[in-house]
Design a protein around this ligand. Structure first.
Ligand code: DMJ
Length: 643
């Protein structure tokens, strides 16, 4: 009997394969070959070893092993001295017959081992005869098969669930002529933004409206995932731009593929892509959106593989390797990022019947609940390795904002059943009011930032969303302080309007101060830009819905006109670098959130309240509407898959 020359004995390295004339020239190629060979050769080595052991061990031990094997496999423990017994289908003979039978069994097994071994050797020899190209082709075919299998698995129809009550997805036409005209103007702006993206940036994440070509930022890695298409879908839908919606759907169906070697922001991909796809699914009922959302969510899950379960900020969609931004307090995860997954992940579990998504976000919540909070405030940074807070910075703007928003919205989205989330929201807001909210000398209410025991009297454009959040959370607030929170929302809306009104372009700066005689004005040059952000208009809209005070429509219209006048270019809409300059320069980016949020909130502001009523829909932080889930509790028992 010949043994293969390549037995991988005791961890020794395998010598390179010698394939004669067709021997692989490169070490790399040799390694690739080993994918298949090593398996085969290990198999044949293993068989040889068993075979050898069987023959060369001393007789007694051989028999002992064999007897044990037979007893274990075939014969229940019986007392064979008492003659023949028929037990459980096996005929057990007396002692003399036993020996004969064992010998026969031995012979049969020997033959089988010999035959298996020879077969394995034959197969290995066959392989060795093949050329490098043939072997590579075989490996490729195997790989393709696996990919196909995975794809088939991915596109399996998902289990049906009862769709929530989807109210008010097509209405909202105002009777007032002036309001209708304004609404039509917003729709025209959307068409301008979409058509130019369609023409110059199609399939890219965003558009450069002046250079007239595609654009992307590092939040989407190096991928071309059509962020604008996914982000814009639901706005197109509610505006009745159905041809455009269908174009987007077709692109997604044919081109949106998440198996790309690209490192993306978990938060951004969640709020824009998963949120956008889920909203498009609920509005249109088209399965493709749900399937893509679930596929993408599967790609984000490896980000949660950290020692604490607090996800990394970024994940490579192909390898699943995650990491954090270097600048974030020694590699911490960011509150507004890991705290802004809840809504989408609960919906994913609801739609798929798979609790994995729900469990991930509930784990984050439980972990946060256990932690001490300095002054009751949540710091913006949390180390996912140690589970400890990073720098003690707290903000209702960038890095913190949507964490608070999602606590409130988790409660609303659960049909107000998730009281744990509501309590966390109430506690957090009380601490924020106590430590961060102040009135300026000129009487403007602002929300500052807490930095290592010191209040910075500066407010970001991003923070302006909080006016809408306070109004949305007024109903159901602790100690029945609804009036107080509605008033707080109105004050923030007023302050943010002032930040717009005190500029030359009537567009708000990125950040503004309340210090040393300065009120709601940006001081540093790098805080004077406006990049088509939605937060101020978002607050106007919520305030309009809750108060119907016409000033909110008036303020919204001012902003829409300013955007149309100063940000519109023939190739779309661009951000501007200085809102205090009468001849602003452009940043040449049409952000995807301009179509997802800014134009949607404007359109809703000039629509009747029966379009996406707030009793039935909750908007994610990228303005993608998700329906309220009327569940008995937060364990998603509405889904039959859970029952
Ligand atoms: C959006 O992507 C979301 O609103 C996010 O929560 C914060 N920033 C942008 C828009 O400014």
């Amino acid at each position: 009997m010949t043994t293969p020359a390549l037995l991988p004995l005791s961890g020794r390295r395998l010598p390179p394969l010698n394939l004669g004339a067709s021997a692989l020239p490169h070490h790399r190629a040799t390694l690739r070959l080993s994918e298949k060979f090593i398996l085969l050769l290990i198999l044949s080595a293993f068989i040889t070893l068993c075979f050898g052991a069987f023959f060369f061990l001393p007789d007694s031990s051989k028999h002992k092993r064999f007897d044990l094997g037979l007893e274990d496999v075939l014969i229940p423990h019986v007392d064979t001295s008492k003659g023949d017994k028929n037990l459980g289908g096996f005929l057990i003979h007396g002692q003399g017959h036993d020996e004969h039978r064992h010998r026969e069994e031995e012979e049969r097994l020997r033959n089988k081992i010999r035959a298996d071994h020879e077969k394995a050797l034959e197969e290995a020899k066959e392989k060795l005869k093949k050329s490098r190209d043939e072997i590579q082709a075989e490996i490729q075919t195997e790989k393709n098969k696996v990919v196909q299998e995975l794809k088939k698995k991915d596109s399996k129809p998902l289990p049906p669930v009862p769709l929530p009550n989807l109210i008010g997805i097509n209405s909202g036409e105002p009777t007032d002529l002036d309001i209708r005209e304004k609404r039509n103007k917003i729709k025209e702006m959307m068409k301008h933004a979409w058509d130019n993206y369609r023409q110059y940036g199609w399939g890219h994440n965003e558009l450069k409206p002046i250079a007239r070509k595609g654009h992307s930022t590092n939040i989407f890695g190096n991928s071309q995932l059509g962020a604008t298409i996914v982000d814009a879908l639901d706005t197109l839908y509610i505006m009745g731009l159905h041809n455009e919606f269908r174009e987007g759907q077709e692109w997604i169906d044919k081109n949106l593929d998440f198996s790309v070697n690209s490192e993306v922001s978990v938060f951004e991909v969640n709020i824009r892509f998963i949120g956008g796809l889920l909203a498009a699914y609920y509005l249109s009922g088209q399965e493709v959106f749900k399937i893509k959302a679930v596929q993408l969510a599967g790609k984000l899950l490896p980000a949660f593989n950290t020692p604490t379960g607090i996800p990394w900020a970024m994940v490579n969609l192909k390898s699943g390797v995650g990491r954090n931004w270097g600048w974030a307090s020694a590699g911490s995860s960011i509150l507004a990022e890991f705290g802004t997954l809840h809504m989408e992940f609960v919906h994913l579990s609801y739609l798929t019947g798979d609790p994995v998504y729900y469990n991930k976000v509930m784990h984050i919540r439980k972990l946060l609940q256990k932690m001490d909070r300095p002054n009751g405030l949540y710091p913006n940074y949390l180390n996912p390795r140690t589970g400890r807070w990073g720098q003690h910075h707290t903000s209702v703007g960038g890095l913190g904002d949507s964490f608070y928003e999602y606590l409130l919205k988790a409660w609303l989205m659960s049909d107000k059943m998730d009281t744990e989330a509501r309590k966390m929201y109430d506690d957090a807001i009380e601490a924020i009011e106590k430590h961060l909210i102040r009135k300026s000398n000129g009487g403007l209410t602002f929300i500052g930032e807490w930095k290592n025991g010191h209040l910075e009297r500066k407010m970001g454009h991003l923070t302006c969303f909080a006016g809408g959040m306070f109004a949305l959370g007024a109903d159901g607030s602790r100690d029945d302080k609804a009036g107080h929170y509605l008033q707080l929302g109105a004050e923030i809306a007023h302050t943010c309007h002032e930040s717009y009104d005190r500029t030359t372009l009537k567009l708000g700066p990125e950040a503004f101060k309340f210090d040393g005689g300065v009120e709601a004005v940006a001081v540093r040059q790098n805080e004077k830009y406006y990049i088509l952000r939605p937060e101020v208009i978002e607050t106007y809209w919520y305030m309009w819905r809750f108060t119907h005070d016409p000033k909110y429509r008036q303020w919204g219209w001012e902003a829409a006109q300013a955007i149309d006048k100063y940000c519109r270019v023939s190739g779309g809409f661009s951000g501007v670098k200085d809102v205090y300059s009468s001849s602003p320069t452009y940043d040449d980016v049409q952000q995807s959130f301009f179509l997802a949020e800014t134009l949607k909130y404007l359109y809703l502001l000039f629509s009747n309240d029966d379009l996406l009523p707030l009793d039935n829909w909750v908007f994610n932080t990228e303005a993608h509407p998700l329906p309220v889930l009327h569940l008995a509790n937060t364990t998603l028992s509405g889904n039959p898959a859970y029952q």
